[in-house]
Ligand binder design. Structure first.
Ligand SMILES: Cc1cc2nc3c(=O)[nH]c(=O)nc-3n(C[C@H](O)[C@H](O)[C@H](O)COP(=O)(O)OP(=O)(O)OC[C@H]3O[C@@H](n4cnc5c(N)ncnc54)[C@H](O)[C@@H]3O)c2cc1C
Length: 381
């Protein structure tokens, strides 16, 4: 065992947030012999069972964490990605067999909670601490102390803020960084039916002026969907189902059936952040949405958190000093993560374009079908 590795084996690492990034980091560190502790705000560790697209770039990392077979057993291999105008006109289609020939696999889908479950299953029970909401933190050049709402305090050599887009660690460390609304609210839910036969294995996105509808099968008998609409007229809606049935009345019948077959509705205001100049300060470092919260228009948010996790675990065990490791981590990750944020925002804007912009968009996609492909698939490597 080399000297560098030995130094890190004895490090105390606290991870704030048991979401996808925090869990992936704990697994990646455990693989390297470091037992990190994960503190999660909620009393349970599994979030809303909505679906998640897992692109090839994060599938490769999950495989390296030991989740290849189990992941493939549970995740639906989608055959293609389609973007259509509300009229039904096909704007973009990507055959996932072709994607797989370039990147090793195509996109797959599964309930988000299942991925949480798989990742936490690779950890020891005593690594997980539910019901610990970080409220405060202090850091010096040698350690960081987290204080939780339940009164408990923990001091460690390194604290990782993996506490998502509304990150308390980011708020405390980098108060100048604010969430930026994309101007959209996304309604979402899981329908207890599968998509009709023609779309059964597809990722489908339907674009209309000012609104979109996305759906894909997430497991046998379940379809996840989300529906971004303009935020100004859709905040604080109480009766979501009737509103959506009305809002999407001119969409294909499939959309109405999915809304109708949904029991629980969720809504979230879509936000992202401008690039953080620094991802770390003294003994605190940010990971996943806490470092680069993105709008969900590319299906890359969780994927980037997973890539961060592997990079941070690798850097921590290959540098002699923590500051050098954290510098290397930020250097390795920030360009791609920030590019995802920027491109996802553009994609949201393009998807909901109206008038002349919509016409130009459709013409561009018709003349140059590779345009969208390059934008989406460039993140798969
Ligand atoms: C509508 C929608 C659809 C999406 N679809 C996709 C998709 O298909 N594919 C994809 O890759 N990404 C998708 N994303 C993005 C993805 O959800 C996020 O990018 C991803 O979850 C980020 O992982 P994370 O670990 O950084 O944060 P999270 O997964 O958000 O985890 C953060 C964790 O920290 C906990 N926490 C928060 N505050 C505290 C605190 N103070 N103390 C302790 N714990 C705390 C939270 O409870 C949570 O468990 C989507 C997002 C949205 C909104």
């Amino acid at each position: 065992m080399n000297k560098i590795k030995l130094i890190f084996l004895f490090m105390n690492i606290t991870i704030i947030g048991g979401g996808i990034g925090g869990l992936a980091l704990a697994v990646a560190l455990k693989q390297k012999g470091i037992k990190a502790h994960v503190y999660e705000a909620t009393p349970h560790l599994y979030s809303f069972g909505g679906g998640l697209i897992v692109p090839p770039n994060s599938q490769r990392v999950l495989a390296s964490l030991g989740l290849d077979r189990e992941f493939k057993r549970h995740a639906v291999a989608l055959s293609d990605m389609q973007i259509r105008e509300v009229s039904g006109k096909l704007l973009y289609q990507s055959d996932q067999a072709v994607v797989a020939s370039h990147y090793g696999d195509g996109i797959r889908a599964l309930p988000r909670a299942r991925l949480h479950h798989m990742l936490s299953g690779l950890l020891d029970d005593d690594q997980m601490h539910a019901d610990h909401r970080l409220v405060d933190l202090k850091t010096t050049s040698v350690d960081a102390t987290a204080t939780f709402a339940n009164g408990i305090s923990v001091t460690s050599d390194l604290l990782v803020g993996a506490d998502g887009r509304d990150s308390r660690t980011r708020e405390l460390l980098f108060p100048q960084c604010e969430l930026v609304s994309t101007g959209q609210v996304a309604f979402r839910g899981v329908a207890n039916i599968e998509p009709d036969r023609q779309w059964n294995n597809s990722f489908v996105e339907i674009w209309d002026a000012g609104r979109r509808f996305t759906f894909f099968k997430q497991s046998d008998g379940e379809t996840y969907w989300h529906a971004p609409v303009r935020a100004d007229s859709h905040r604080n809606v109480v009766q979501i189902k009737p509103l959506l049935l009305q809002e999407y009345i001119h969409f294909p019948d499939q959309v109405q059936r999915l809304i109708d077959a949904t029991k629980q509705f969720h809504s979230v205001e879509l936000t992202d952040i401008s690039p953080l100049p620094d991802w770390w300060y003294k003994r605190v470092v940010q990971l996943g949405d806490a470092a680069h919260a993105t709008s969900p228009n590319l299906g890359q948010g969780a994927a980037q958190a997973i890539e961060d996790a592997a990079a941070l675990a690798g850097d921590l065990t290959s540098h002699r000093h923590i500051s050098a490791a954290l510098n290397a981590y930020q250097g390795q990750r920030e360009a791609k993560a920030n590019a995802v944020v920027a491109r996802s925002r553009q994609m949201g804007f393009v998807g909901e374009a109206t008038g002349a912009l919509r016409w130009i968009r459709n013409l561009t996609l018709a003349i140059n079908p590779d345009f969208a492909r390059r934008h989406i698939e460039s993140f798969y490597s």
